[in-house]
Write a protein that binds this ligand. Sequence first.
Ligand code: GRF
Length: 220
Amino acid sequence: MSARIAVLISGRGRNLQALAQACADGHIPGRIAVVLSSRADAAGLDYARHYGIEAAVLSHRDYPDRASYDRALMAALDRHAPDVVVLAGFMRILTPTFVAHYRGRLLNIHPSLLPRYPGLDTHRRALEAGDAEHGATVHFVTEELDGGPAIIQGQLNVHAQDTEGSLADRVMNEIELKIYPQALAWFARGEVVLDGDAVRFGGRRLDAPLGLDDIEAAFR
Ligand code: GRF
């Protein structure tokens, strides 16, 4: 099976690039059917268009409220009949209606070791708390913000000299760009599924998220 993938972005699109590359390399059995951005100035849009991926902007400013924006987003997505909707730096909170519509096929990456630091400014908060470890998590999206069942989580050691910027870069390069393509590959192969409020991996219910050690050679 080749999964039809939709990606939602708002910014630079480094995760989008890693996912597109992994599809192009045949490491993810699927193709990105559409990229939708909440912002017209998202650099990720240029990347998508450069590689011939259909890309469009849907700005919340053009809609009177969150519900109508999400309805428009769902209509734009469903034209492509996505098997999976991937949030990759999409800076909008989604309505319960949207989340319910894509339940079990809606993934997000969050730059923290969830359940620590849902929401914004995760790198600054980890530094301020003096955390020895920090990282990123790929999870199924449920109604709770950054709270759905985790698929994979990667961690690194915080260095004494780390700044918010250096930590963000290291989390992106050492963790996010590996765990998201891997998680999407597992999902596209049918190896990872949401079962109620739990994740099944290879038929087995996960008690804890998978980790960097579980990543296949193609994604390291
Ligand atoms: C990433 O850190 C992601 O975890 C967060 O937003 C950032 C998006 O970066 N949700 P990019 O657009 O993929 O470069």
